[in-house]
Design a protein around this ligand. Structure first.
Ligand code: FMN
Length: 193
């Protein structure tokens, strides 16, 4: 089982992307692989002109089809999600998030723009038919830092919120995996009986 993280930050040193580390740990502990795709993985023409026949876009569609869940990452730009994220979301075929739980991870310079997740991002995820949109985590960029060794240093309250969101997401995916596996074992039981 794997989860696809879609990052819409155009920054090469994205703070938003650092929010993935605690999530990856929680997913790996539940035997779920985290795969990543970023706006920088696409040639500009393929992404901006929505070339659905471009190999990079087709590869994205395959990754999406194989994913059991999706993490959507974006910084807040001009009180909404980043345009680069919308470019990626526009590459998703109609209903492309159907059956997939989605976890939004957002960072912004000010907590005043927390609602950008609800009024801007979540309606788009709904339009793509995400099966369940988790509450997600909004991080103020000042709470995402680097320690003396170059490692991730998160404010303790942010770390706690991320860990909680990660546990919830991982346990929902694990429950889905168990539910998918159950019918096979039940039919095996019927054969034995
Ligand atoms: C062009 C631009 C616009 C921004 N607009 C906002 C904004 O409207 N509200 C806000 O809270 N932060 C805003 N920010 C701050 C970023 O959201 C914040 O620094 C974020 O953590 C950057 O994430 P990144 O490193 O992944 O790109 C803006 C930053 C940039 C570069």
């Amino acid at each position: 089982m794997n989860v696809l993280a879609i990052s819409g930050s155009p920054s090469a040193t994205s703070k938003t992307l650092r929010l993935l580390d605690p999530l990856e740990q929680a997913l790996n502990a539940a035997d779920i692989e985290l795969r990543r795709v970023s706006v920088s993985d696409f040639p500009a023409e393929a992404a901006l002109l929505a070339r659905f026949d471009h190999p990079a876009v087709q590869g994205f569609h395959r990754q999406l089809a194989q994913a059991s869940g999706v993490v959507v990452l974006t910084p807040v730009y001009q009180s909404a999600y980043a345009g680069a994220l919308k470019v990626l979301l526009d590459l998703i075929p109609e209903g492309g998030l159907a059956g997939k739980p989605v976890l939004p991870l957002v960072s912004g310079g000010s907590a005043g723009h927390l609602l950008a997740v609800d009024y801007a991002l979540k309606p788009v995820l709904s339009a793509l038919k995400a099966s369940e949109i988790h509450q997600g985590v909004f991080a103020v960029s000042g709470d995402i830092g680097v320690d003396a060794d170059g490692g991730l240093a998160l404010a303790p309250a942010l770390r706690a919120r991320l860990d909680e969101a990660a546990q919830l997401f991982a346990s929902q995916l694990s429950a889905r995996r168990r539910a998918q596996q159950a019918p096979a074992s039940w039919s095996g039981l019927r054969v034995c009986l």
